[in-house]
Design a protein around this ligand. Structure first.
Ligand SMILES: [Zn+2]
Length: 357
């Protein structure tokens, strides 16, 4: 997945990128929302500030009669701007909220927006599992050292960098890379210290793990709904992964999966050929099985998503015996439990054995 992008794929990618920058009215009719079809191309340019504002409105209204759905609001604004989020102003979201609270329905407001369904589906595919009800352990306020499981509504995915570790990044999506062949950078690089615990942004199953000449020690995790493939690369030379992980296993959002390093750019396993230690994080969208590998692959810009995720970090603690870091507070995801039940007899994931009860 995304590891053997051919030169032919690059031609198509750049053509489609140009295409997607046209205003919605100029998009080819057959492209985005044909009935029974699937989305062939998408970009993700929603700024961190818009995601935060929309999510806050969604969370604050989650128990109210009028629940403001953040993805519907982002879909509305995406359609209004024709995907040109440079035009975003917070007051546009305020105006939308005012109309919704004034009694207008989203379906009425978007009735004449030809590409609302397209943008809504794209944002639903990227962010659909980011916010919702979830069960997670937390520290008791009254009994020090005691934890209990609480159902919360909010952000249920994590920054890839564990709590307490710093990193820096900038929007480097699409910039040129030359190792092997000339190609665009399909992710975001988070520069940090070697050994920083890397956690799974979202839960899912490990599809790929091991050496790749581009990504070095890398791990690829497919979300449980099979719509997002997360790619974490250039992990540490020695002890790159959390012990016990292997392909086919499931992980939870916030589980430690590996450690930041600088491996890659070599056919020789374990080569430390990055100039700066960093995590490469990529996200691939899968609207149809034909997009899993090859010319149809869709990778999105993760820069604003990484900034957005930095508000939720997994706390970890080192196990001196194994030298591994483990999460402190468990999350309980029904999709994960379903997977484990279906895979009866499979190996236990990391952290499960020390889950508090
Ligand atoms: Zn990178």
């Amino acid at each position: 997945m995304g590891l053997t992008l051919s030169a032919a794929a690059l031609v198509i990618v750049s053509f489609l990128t140009l295409d997607a920058k046209l205003t919605p009215e100029l998009l080819p009719q057959a492209q985005p929302v044909e009935k029974g079809g699937y989305i062939k191309w998408a970009e993700f340019d929603v700024p961190d500030s818009a995601m935060k504002k929309a999510m806050k409105l969604d969370i604050e209204s989650c128990e109210e009669p009028l629940h403001l759905d953040w993805l519907e609001m982002l879909g509305y604004l995406g359609a209004k701007y024709g995907g040109e989020w440079k035009r975003y102003k917070a007051k546009d979201m305020d105006a939308l909220v005012q109309r919704l609270r004034g009694g207008e329905s989203m379906s009425a407001l978007t009735a004449d927006m030809k590409y609302y369904d397209y943008y809504h589906e794209v944002y639903q595919t990227v962010l659909g599992e980011f916010v919702g009800y979830y069960d997670m352990e937390r520290e008791s306020d009254v009994l020090p050292g005691e934890t209990f499981v609480e159902t919360q509504y909010g952000l249920k995915v994590f920054s890839p960098i564990a709590s307490g570790y710093s990193y820096s990044h900038y929007d480097d999506f699409g910039t040129s890379r030359s190792y092997g062949y000339s190609r665009p950078h399909l992710g975001n690089d988070l520069v940090g210290s070697i050994g920083t615990p890397i956690v799974a942004v979202e839960g899912g199953t490990i599809e790929h793990m091991g050496w790749n000449q581009y990504g070095g020690w890398r791990i690829g995790i497919l979300s449980f709904d099979k719509k997002r493939y997360y790619y974490y690369a250039h992990l540490r030379q020695k002890h790159p992964y959390h012990l016990g992980l292997e392909e086919g296993m499931a992980v939870n959002a916030g589980d430690v999966i590996g450690y930041l390093g600088m491996t890659g750019y070599s056919t020789k396993e374990g080569a430390n050929n990055m100039t700066v230690p960093h995590l490469h994080l990529g996200m691939q969208l899968i609207f149809d099985d034909s997009q899993i590998e090859g010319n149809g692959e869709i990778w999105i810009d993760m820069y604003d998503i990484v900034s957005f995720l930095s508000q939720k970090k997994s706390k970890t603690v080192k196990d001196e015996a194994t030298k591994d870091y483990n999460r402190i507070y468990q999350i309980y995801d029904p999709d994960y439990q379903d997977y484990i039940t279906a895979e009866e007899g499979g190996a236990s994931p990391p952290g499960e054995s020390e889950a508090h009860s």
